[in-house]
Design a protein around this ligand. Structure first.
Ligand SMILES: [Zn+2]
Length: 277
């Protein structure tokens, strides 16, 4: 099954807490939610265990998004160390929450050639992977496909990292990829990305995908901001059709400003196609 859910607590939840978010996801008939630690990991261990309990009780799958302030290509060693710490901290808490994976924004190029940035990022990321292994924390880290051209994270870069580092899996953000190059907005193009994932990482990767999706506004430098699907040009029906045809399984997290409204739209589009198919 492909499960649908919101990036963060739905707007219509009783409060903004993760627990009320999970309960609301279940009430709305959705299947998953991404815990947003984007401004820092402030959840304690006791709360994390409670989140895991409620999610299991409600039958809601979870993922977690690491803080935005991560750059594995930072030029200052202390910023690299802080980035490693933030990702580790997210992985530890996410694991206690019972989350299936940790999504993160890998880096900015900062004017470096992409190949040089790649090598730097791989080296410092590998240290995080090793550390988690030592701590017996087995949660996939998912570098995200990014929407700004100044950010590391083309589809190729993300997939290559995942083939070369154990414990990594991709977060394919279709809105970001479309915003980055203006293309990749048709059934054929969406299908080509899924094909690329399958060829490089195997069928298992399509059986355990993590997807981000939203409407998006973009310009010459790529992503400007997220939009609601119907205010954007994203061909989400074609995207959902490609996901359905490739029998993609895993989590699809919707990050439109209206959160649950677009999540339900995507889920209904998917269910209609599956029923019809
Ligand atoms: Zn993100």
């Amino acid at each position: 099954m492909l499960l649908f859910g919101t990036g963060g607590t739905p707007h219509s939840a009783k409060t903004k807490t993760a627990i009320d978010g999970i309960r609301r996801i279940a009430e709305l008939g959705m299947g998953c939610m991404e815990l947003e630690f984007v401004r820092g990991v402030r959840m304690g261990e006791t709360d994390a265990r409670l989140v895991a309990e409620v999610a299991a009780m409600e039958g809601v799958k979870l993922s977690a998004h690491a803080p935005y302030y991560i750059n594995f290509n930072a030029h200052e060693p202390e910023k690299i160390r802080a980035s490693q710490e933030r990702l580790l901290q997210t992985a530890r808490i996410a694991s206690l929450c019972g989350a299936q994976s940790v999504v993160f924004h890998t880096a900015f190029y900062l004017g470096d050639p992409p190949e040089k940035a790649y090598d730097t990022i791989k080296k410092y990321l590998e240290e995080v992977v090793d550390r988690l292994k030592q701590e017996s924390i087995h949660i996939p880290l998912r570098p995200e496909v990014m929407g700004k051209r100044s950010q590391f994270g083309t589809v190729e870069e993300v997939i290559k990292l995942c083939t070369e580092l154990e414990g990594l899996a991709p977060c394919i953000d279709f809105a970001h990829w479309h915003a980055r190059n203006g293309a990749y907005n048709s059934y054929r193009e969406f299908a080509s990305i899924l094909q690329q994932v399958e060829e490089s990482l195997g069928r298992a990767a399509l059986d355990d995908m993590h997807i981000h999706c939203s409407g998006i506004k973009y310009g010459a430098k790529g992503e400007i901001k997220h939009l609601n699907l119907k205010d954007s040009d994203l061909q989400y029906v074609e995207l959902i059709k490609a996901l359905s045809d490739f029998e993609v399984k895993g989590l699809l997290i919707c990050e439109s400003p209206n959160l649950e409204e677009d999540t339900l739209l995507l889920q209904e589009t998917y269910n209609d196609l599956v029923m019809a198919g």
